[in-house]
Design a binder for this molecule. Structure first.
Ligand code: HEC
Ligand code: HEC
Length: 346
């Protein structure tokens, strides 16, 4: 009798994991179809050179959530890029990495990456596949060498099988690690917010949201250009330099004084979820960001004229309307998309 009960329990547990696997985690061909949203431009990253497959994506997802890529197996990509925050890191101003070391910058969200020409706040990297090399090898992030990451994966039978399935190559190579990660992060497309539904005529805006939208188009659009909410440029928007961090922004890449304190215009999609804000997380909420535009500008020689012309004073009603509009950019379908969930959790 007791034994039967145990069998039944074992059977149910087995059934449960079976159902769980199929409904939640197994990626099919359908899941890796890239849909270019209507009105989005042509992507910068071309999957022709890195063919999307269920196996490649599944491998990229496993790598993204696996701390094995860090020196002491404590930090995964997902440690800093949290799914519920559109893959930014909520509540941390500067990133936290291995041994609790604090990085130099705020963790940006990962979304619509295939439309981005440059990565990082200063645009220091210009290819999606190269991007992960930076956190993987940075001493305050994952602190591992590419060669040793590859070595560790090569010692792991499960990974060897997965690499073989994905790239038809049983030898793990750094190139294929990066290609798999790009399949995973490149498919992270956010295009189903209330704003998108409003434009498609599927949902209505409230009066306040509509006012915010109009204000946005007047005052913010020239940098945070629709539909990606960035024009991929670098601008100095009068953020006061932090004397401790001494981050000079784009100038640290180009060496040009005219690029001093210029940072990449961030997309504002899912901005409600990605607090705190700016390259160093100095503003904890959207209200504080708008206060900066309204009255916090720090003037330097290369300060962007676009701000003076377009922003300036914002009334209390203006701010509330802009915030209401910015919240329409939250895309729950993206945040809850099971394809991007941690494959190790149920
Ligand atoms: C210790 C925290 C941390 C870890 C771990 C980490 N990242 Fe990041 N990530 C950041 C920070 C901080 C930035 C911005 C850096 C900058 O601008 O200098 C960033 C930027 C990015 C970007 C570019 C976003 C943009 O808009 O430019 C991508 C893509 C990305 N990371 C993917 C990954 C992947 C893939 C991994 C795992 C291999 C990973 N990250 C691991 C903190 C982290
Ligand atoms: C001249 C170009 C420009 C204009 C105009 C502009 N922005 Fe920005 N915005 C930027 C840049 C550049 C940053 C990043 C600065 C940094 O990190 O130091 C930014 C950052 C932000 C952030 C923080 C996002 C994040 O992920 O940290 C928000 C929110 C924002 N802008 C909203 C607005 C709104 C609302 C308006 C209109 C009232 C506006 N911006 C007008 C260039 C601009």
């Amino acid at each position: 009798m007791n034994r039967n009960l145990i069998y039944i329990i074992l059977f149910l547990l087995g059934l449960n994991s079976f159902v769980g696997d199929n409904s939640y985690f197994v990626i099919t061909q359908k899941d890796v179809q890239l849909q270019i949203p209507k009105d989005f431009p042509k992507p910068v990253y071309d999957f022709k050179e890195n063919k999307l497959t269920p196996e490649g994506f599944t491998l990229g997802r496993k790598l993204f959530y696996d701390p094995v890529l860090s020196k002491d197996s404590s930090v995964s990509c997902a440690f800093c890029h949290q799914r519920f925050a559109a893959f930014a890191h909520v509540d941390h101003t500067l990133s936290h990495g291995i041994n609790g070391l604090i990085g130099r910058r705020n963790v940006p969200p990962i979304q619509n990456m295939i439309w981005q020409k440059n990565f990082m706040w200063d645009g220091g990297i210009n290819h999606l596949e190269v991007q992960p090399v930076s956190p993987m090898t940075n001493s305050a992030e994952m602190d591992e060498t590419m060669a040793h990451s590859v070595y560790k994966l090569q010692q792991n039978k499960e990974y060897v099988t997965l690499f073989k399935k994905a790239f038809n190559d049983p030898h793990v190579s750094s190139e294929n690690v990066l290609k798999a990660l790009a399949q995973f992060t490149g498919l992270m497309v956010s295009s189903n917010s209330k704003y998108d539904k409003y434009l498609r005529g599927e949902e209505k805006f409230t009066d306040q949201e509509l006012n915010g939208f109009k204000l946005f188009r007047l005052r913010c659009e020239n940098c945070h250009q629709e539909p990606l909410f960035t024009d991929n440029s670098f601008r100095n928007i009068g953020i006061k330099p932090d004397t401790a961090l001494r981050d000079s922004g784009r100038m640290s890449i180009t060496g040009l004084p005219s690029d001093y304190m210029k940072f990449k215009v961030p997309s504002l999609r899912n901005v409600e979820l990605t607090y705190p804000y700016m390259h160093d997380g100095r503003f904890k909420n959207l209200y504080d960001v708008l206060d900066h535009y309204a009255k916090g500008i720090f003037f330097t020689n290369n300060f962007d004229e676009g701000i003076k012309k377009n922003v300036g004073s914002l009334s209390e009603d203006d701010k509330q309307a802009l915030i209401a509009f910015l919240k329409t950019l939250t895309d729950k379908d993206f945040i809850y998309d099971k394809r991007f969930a941690d494959p190790n959790s149920r």
